[in-house]
Design a protein around this ligand. Sequence first.
Ligand code: ATP
Ligand code: MN
Length: 479
Amino acid sequence: MQRTKVKDLLQGAAVDQEVLLKGWVRTKRGNKFVNFIAVNDGSTINNLQVVADAEKFSEETLKDVTTGAAIAVTGILVASQGKGQAFEIQASSIEVLGKADPETYPLQKKAHSLEFLREIAHLRLRTNTFGAVFRIRNTMAFAVHKFFNEKGFVYMHTPIITASDAEGAGEMFQVTTLDIANPPRTENGHINFEEDFFGRATNLTVSGQMEGEVAAMAFSDIYTFGPTFRAENSNTTRHLAEFWMIEPEMAFYDLKMNADLAEEFIKYVIRYALENNREDIEFLEQRLAEEDKNKPQNERQEMTLTEKLEFVVNNDFERVTYTEAIDILMNSNHYKKKKFQYEVKWGVDLQSEHERYLVEKHFKKPVIVTDYPKDIKSFYMRLNDDGKTVAAMDILAPGIGEIVGGSQREERMDILVERMKAVGINPDDMWWFLDTRRFGGCPHAGFGLGFERMVQFVTGMGNIRDVIPFPRTPQNAEF
Ligand code: ATP
Ligand code: MN
């Protein structure tokens, strides 16, 4: 017989027929006459209840049916008498496929802290919370591809190992096959990377943007969606050393079109999750509400998770220039009462406390900040006519901070080369990148969106380590 998934069974596939169920035991309870076994197979947050009559199953048979065990059940799917589920299985046979010793299986019935579950990341996927988070993550990844595919964007696979060290997006992880205890040296004592695997020094990519720009000059509209690596030693709830980034790059786009696309994209992905993961989002919403009960009144959420997501989908993002943002901050009571830790003045980068003030206190919605001072942004961002600012944009989201960084790119060869030199990059090293300006260059723009930050937003999870299956952070690469 073919196995049917819990999700389909709960929708009433094959009522009053014999079915085969396979999954993992969540709980077992019972009395002298009957046992109730809740089974989950990951297809939905909901368990399917298996009813095993004591007269059909001896204690001996059921003793290995414990929390965590993998079982196969055959029986008739019937409308349930009990409350809480529409259907249940009247079991005729139960086979234990894999035991889970109750003495040592770490996931027993009681609630576990997220911190503890991080230490057993290989088992935490079997909990309700992580089941919900990763089903939502899956839906959102699909929505990313769906969105760009519907718009005719070409999905480009940019390299993971790169030799370009000029992106300046962050600290890099070196990739080498040299003997690090005893590397080959040049005459003047430097490590001789000519003897390394690629004949040169290489790293894990911090961004696919430059290769993306190259591709946009051929296909017009492209996007990347892949792993990105940053060896930044920032132990925050928003930074990973390995994260997934979505980077669209569009020929013939200016900054406004770029911002419009980013806003439309974010709303699309959130809406898709709302439509396709209702039950999972509702579960996480309940979880957050429980968490809130332990917080002081003023730290509690004003909106439920669903309300927050619907609000974002249904309202325009706020748009301000960096200069306007600085004005807002300097005119705030928060500033006047000296409550910001970091300096606020034109020319300094916005710190996360400033971003949070703008988004959570002032506008209370996502904000697109544009036109930053050129000295705090990358060399490839297009210089504005004022000569002081560049056509950059950051999108800031409530509770998350920066979720998107992007810009219109500098397409004018002379200005680009000048900016490279100003930040100490040798234009000769970037010859292939500059060829995109040398041959058929055109105005273009793009952005990078951190996928985990968007998953954090949709799931309401406070720590980025809880929205990627196996997080890589400083001092942590277990599993
Ligand atoms: P931040 O200021 O938050 O460190 P950034 O300015 O370094 O971000 P960009 O280089 O513009 O970020 O990268 C684009 C996007 O990638 C960011 O908007 C963010 O969503 C995401 N991102 C950047 N660094 C990380 C990281 N270490 N872990 C997870 N996501 C990240
Ligand atoms: Mn950073």
